[in-house]
Design a protein around this ligand. Structure first.
Ligand SMILES: Nc1ncnc2c1ncn2[C@@H]1O[C@H](COP(=O)(O)OP(=O)(O)OP(=O)(O)O)[C@@H](O)[C@H]1O
Ligand SMILES: [Mg+2]
Length: 337
C-alpha cells in the first residue's frame, strides 16, 4: 500500500490505509461545501488533523482558522471567548473584545469536544447556526459573521441526545455532514508509516528492529495516534545505538501487547520488581492512571472519563500517588491569518 505524505496547516500527516484514504476522499469533498461537519472518533485518532485538513483544502484556506476546546474552559469563559463582549459587560471587561466567531470571519471555526458544551450555550450556538448572527456579551447590536463551523467529539453524541444532555435540534444541525475517524487498531497499515514520521520529526536516527515493528503492529493502541506519538518520543529518550530494540518497549508493548490494559503477567512482574507484593492493587491502580494520563497527554477530564471516575477523584489519586507532574494543561489555541 502506498504511503502518502501531506501537510495540512503546517501539520505533517501520513496516510497509508484504505480506511484513511476513504476519510481523506470524504474530507476533500466536504472541504468544498459550507455545511457544518461533525468529526467523530476515539481520543487521539486525528480528529483535529481532519478538521485542519478540511480548512486547508477549502476555499477558505487563506482566511483565518480558529479553534477552541469546549472542555477546557468553564462555561462563562467559553461564552465570552466565542461571542466576545462589550466594554463594561462584566467587571473586568475594560474594552470591547471580539469573540472567536468574529476572529474567524471568512474562515473556519473549530469547536473541539462539542459534547462538553453547556446546555445554555447549545441554545446560543443553534441560534448562530440558524441566522449567522449573535450579540456580544453585554451588546445590543447584532453581529453578523460568515464562518464555517467544524465540530469534533469522542463521545457518542446520539447517546448524549437520548440521555437529554445534548439538544437534539443542535445535533441534527451539526451533523449535516459526518466524518468518522477509525481507531488505529482498525487501520494497522498506518502504524509504521506514522511511527516513522514521528521518528523523523523527533530527530531519532535509530530505526525500529523487526521485533519492535511486529510489537507495534500487534498492539491495540487504545490511545491511538497520540499514544503512538508518545511512545516514539519515549524511544528517543531510551534508545542506545542505531536500533530501537524490544528492551526499549514499555511493558504494555513488550509483553505480547494485546487487549488488556493491565495484563496480569505485568502485574506479577511489577510486584517482583517493586517488592510491593502486599500492595498489588495500589501499584496496579497507580500504573493504570499513569498510562491513561500519558495516552491522552494529561488531560484530566478525558482521563477521568476513561477511568470511570470523577475529575475530583482523579486529582486526589494523582496527588496521593505523586503523579501530579503527569498533568498537562491544554490551552485553547487561536491561529489568525
Ligand atoms: N495520520 C496522521 N499522521 C501524522 N500524525 C497524525 C496523524 N493522525 C494524527 N496525528 C497526530 O497525532 C496526534 C493526535 O491527533 P489529534 O490531536 O488530531 O487527535 P484527536 O482525535 O483530536 O485527539 P483528542 O480526542 O485527544 O483531542 C497529533 O499530534 C496529530 O498531529
Ligand atoms: Mg482533539
Amino acid at each position: 500500500m502506498a504511503i502518502a505524505r501531506y501537510e495540512f496547516l503546517g501539520l505533517p500527516v501520513v496516510i497509508s490505509s484504505p480506511a484513511m484514504n476513504d476519510v481523506l476522499a470524504r474530507i476533500r469533498r466536504f472541504a468544498q461545501m459550507n455545511a457544518t461537519v461533525l468529526i467523530e472518533g476515539e481520543s487521539g485518532t486525528g480528529k483535529e488533523v481532519a478538521a485542519r485538513a478540511l480548512h486547508h483544502l477549502s476555499m477558505r484556506s487563506a482566511k483565518p482558522w480558529v479553534d477552541i476546546s469546549c472542555a477546557v474552559l468553564p462555561e462563562h469563559l467559553v461564552e465570552s471567548e466565542l461571542f466576545g463582549y462589550e466594554k463594561g459587560a462584566f467587571s473586568g471587561a475594560e474594552a470591547r473584545k471580539p469573540g472567536f466567531f468574529e476572529l474567524a470571519e471568512g474562515g473556519t471555526l473549530f469547536l473541539d469536544e462539542i459534547g462538553d458544551l453547556d446546555f445554555k450555550l447549545q441554545v446560543k450556538l443553534l441560534r448562530v447556526l440558524d441566522c449567522g448572527e449573535f450579540f456580544r456579551l453585554g451588546g445590543t447590536r447584532k453581529v453578523k459573521v460568515d464562518v464555517r463551523l467544524l465540530v469534533a467529539t469522542n463521545q457518542n453524541l446520539q447517546e448524549s441526545v437520548a440521555e437529554g444532555r445534548f439538544r437534539k435540534d443542535l445535533y441534527h444541525r451539526l451533523a449535516q455532514l459526518r466524518i468518522a475517524i477509525p481507531p488505529l487498531r482498525e487501520r494497522r497499515e498506518d502504524i509504521l508509516p506514522i511511527a516513522n514520521l514521528f521518528r523523523e520529526s523527533f530527530g531519532i536516527a535509530a530505526g525500529f528492529s523487526p521485533q519492535v515493528e511486529k510489537a507495534l503492529l500487534e498492539y491495540n493502541w487504545p490511545g491511538n495516534v497520540r499514544e503512538l506519538k508518545n511512545f516514539v518520543l519515549g524511544c528517543g529518550a531510551t534508545v542506545i545505538g542505531d536500533r530501537i530494540l524490544p528492551r526499549d518497549l514499555p511493558p504494555e508493548l513488550g509483553v505480547g501487547g494485546g487487549d488488556a490494559v493491565f495484563p496480569v503477567s505485568d502485574l506479577a512482574r511489577l510486584s517482583e520488581v517493586t517488592g510491593e507484593s502486599g500492595r498489588l492493587l495500589e501499584t496496579a491502580e497507580r500504573d493504570l492512571i499513569l498510562r491513561v494520563m500519558r495516552q491522552i497527554d494529561g488531560h484530566h477530564r478525558k482521563a477521568a472519563r476513561r477511568l470511570g471516575i470523577s475529575v475530583r477523584t482523579l486529582s486526589r489519586k494523582l496527588k496521593a500517588y505523586g503523579l501530579e507532574s503527569e498533568s498537562g494543561e491544554i490551552c485553547p489555541q487561536t491561529v489568525g491569518d
